[in-house]
Structure formats: structure tokens, C-alpha cells
Design a protein around this ligand. Structure first.
Ligand SMILES: [Zn+2]
Ligand SMILES: [Zn+2]
Length: 330
């Protein structure tokens, strides 16, 4: 059966061909404007920048530029094509009388290019916060490189969903690393990560960076000190202590004189004013020769000197840590 309207094409539904059915659906379109950032590909639609799911955002915006008649509604988008000055779509429109009808639509498009606010920040080496990574001893140590990698990876990860989170630069200094951050809130997140992963302390200071819209703009400096001592390091604060163990939330110290153990969390440790006597421990390897119920005979593997210690060991070889010609088992 031929179409009852045009008499040319085959009838498809209600005696009408697809073309004639489609022409019963009336849609009005408005011109759409889109601004694309040439650097990162983000787009601005209705004054708002979109950095993620860009294609979906454009599609949704395009549909909002199509007006259907009263009760008709756009059910889905079959095809979607963006050209220089137009958008071509094939839609399924749900019409009260005709049901689902396919409809081709064309939108006028005005596309412009403009650098987005995030890329503007980048190029202006914008930053709101600085992480100053330092060691406890103030000497540069590889532990700072590990921490930096963790920080940069973390910011890269959150940058996927928040383009304002970025590292604008990293300065390597004699005493540590300065990491410049696009977003001040990220510095607080980094503090938490560092406190979780390292025996460390954070001090935050703020300074005025300028004024914007009648308000002071602040920049935040987070000084993060990471403990760079190791097992066997010797420190002093009224008494001499040897480091027995370090975890991110606890340091165990051996009071050398009284043979007492002292446990401190990072807050209490950094509140005291320890001096570093020896960061690099002096340690010697010993071989177990014999043991009785409470003593062990051990031999220094370097000079073969034998000594007796009032302690029992599990293994055949042990390390003892030396300070002032005395050995300590940690
Ligand atoms: Zn027809
Ligand atoms: Zn951009």
C-alpha cells in the first residue's frame, strides 16, 4: 500500500510513509552556542564550563535547544553529528497521536574557541597552596622523593574529576621540595595522607597573595617535616636515645643510660627538641657461638672478638647497634 499523503512511498504507519509521518512532527530549534578550549578540549555551554563527559553535556545542551509541540517529547537520540556551523541529529519523538516517530533535526551552531579558566591558571602558574616537604634533620633525603611521587600521583588522580586540582610546579631545593598546588583544599588532603604514611608533622601558615572582589586572597604554606631517622640513629634531649623502631604513628626510643623504652607519637616527638647525634647508625654483625639459659656468646664478624650478652636470640646472626663503644640490641 502506498502512502495516503504523497502516494509515492510505501505506507508505514497510519497509512503514511516514514517521510510524511515525520513531517507531522513539528519542532522548533534555537541557535546553539558552544565555546571550546583549544588547549584541553573542555567546552562552555550556557556560561558554564564542562571538563568531563563533554559529549554528553553537548548532547544534553543541544536537546534543550529543541522545542516540541505541547505533549510531544524527545525520547532518544539515534545519531548526533557536530559540524562547523550546525548539529545534525536523528531523534525519536514520542507523539500523543502518532506514537514514536523518527525525526531529523538541524541546529544552527555558533562555535568559538577560548582558553578555559583552568588552562588560564596553568599558563599563569597559578597556585593557592604550597607543600614544603622537608626532613626532620633538614638534610635532603630520598624519602622526600617518595613522598613527592605519592603527592603528584594523588593530585593526578583527583584531577580526572576536578580540573582545578593540579600541580603547577615543583621546585627542588637543597633542603627539600616545594610543590605548588592549584587548589588550597588539596593541601589539607595531602597533610592527611602524609600523616597517615609517614612519621611526620605539619605546620600551616597563610599569607596574603592579593585582593579580588574586595576580599583578601590567601595562599597557604604547609610545611611537612618527615622523620628521616632510622633504626639505630642516636638523638638527644636531656638524655641520649637510640631509635628502636618507627611507624607512621609511633617512634620507640631506647634511653641508653637507663635502658628504658620511650614511645612517642609524632605530635609529642616533634614538640620536644631532639638533637640528632648520629643519623646513620653504627652497626656490627655478630655470629652466635653458644647460649645457655640467659646468656649468649657472640662473635663480631669483622674482628672476631667474642663477647657475652645477657640476652637470648632466635637467629644465628644478629646486628648490634653501637654508640660510645657500647653495643645495643634493638
Ligand atoms: Zn508519504
Ligand atoms: Zn582548557
Amino acid at each position: 500500500m502506498k502512502c495516503i499523503v504523497c502516494g509515492i512511498n510505501d505506507a508505514y504507519k497510519f497509512g503514511l510513509c516514514r517521510d510524511c509521518l515525520s513531517s507531522k512532527i513539528r519542532l522548533k530549534t534555537e541557535k546553539m552556542e558552544i565555546t571550546e578550549c583549544p588547549k584541553c578540549g573542555s567546552v562552555r555551554l550556557n556560561k558554564k564550563w564542562y571538563y568531563n563527559s563533554i559529549d554528553d553535556s553537548i548532547k544534553r545542551n543541544a536537546i534543550s535547544h529543541i522545542k516540541t509541540e505541547k505533549v510531544d517529547r524527545i525520547k532518544s537520540v539515534n545519531t548526533f553529528e557536530i559540524l562547523d556551523d550546525e548539529i545534525l541529529m536523528n531523534l525519536i519523538v514520542d507523539d500523543r497521536n502518532l506514537g514514536e516517530v523518527e525525526k531529523d533535526v538541524r541546529l544552527d551552531l555558533k562555535a568559538t574557541k577560548e582558553s578555559c579558566p583552568v588552562c588560564n591558571k596553568f599558563t599563569g602558574s597559578y597556585y593557592e597552596g604550597v607543600i614544603q616537604l622537608r626532613t626532620f634533620t633538614t638534610e635532603y633525603d630520598g624519602i622526600l622523593d617518595d613522598a613527592k611521587k605519592e603527592i603528584v600521583d594523588f593530585i593526578k588522580h583527583i584531577n580526572k574529576t576536578d580540573p582545578n586540582s593540579f600541580v603547577s610546579k615543583v621546585d627542588k631545593l637543597r633542603e627539600g621540595l616545594d610543590i605548588y598546588l592549584g587548589k588550597k583544599e588539596d593541601a589539607i588532603k595531602i597533610d592527611k595522607i602524609m600523616e597517615h604514611d609517614y612519621f611526620s608533622t605539619v605546620k600551616i601558615t597563610k599569607s596574603i597573595a592579593g585582593r579580588k572582589d574586595g576580599k583578601d586572597l590567601f595562599r597557604y604554606t604547609h610545611l611537612i617535616r618527615i622523620l628521616d631517622l632510622v633504626k639505630g640513629s642516636v638523638i638527644y634531649d636531656k638524655l641520649y636515645y637510640m631509635v628502636k623502631s618507627i611507624t607512621p604513628n609511633n617512634i620507640e626510643l631506647l634511653d641508653i643510660k637507663n635502658n628504658n623504652l620511650l614511645n612517642l607519637n609524632s605530635k609529642d616527638f616533634f614538640r620536644k627538641s631532639f638533637d640528632v647525634i648520629h643519623r646513620i647508625p653504627e652497626k656490627d654483625k655478630f655470629i652466635i657461638i653458644s647460649a645457655d639459659s640467659n646468656e649468649t656468646q657472640i662473635m663480631n664478624s669483622k674482628n672476631y672478638k667474642i663477647m657475652t650478652v645477657k640476652q637470648l636470640f632466635d637467629s644465628q646472626e644478629i646486628y648490634l647497634y653501637k654508640y660510645n663503644e657500647h653495643y645495643f640490641s634493638l
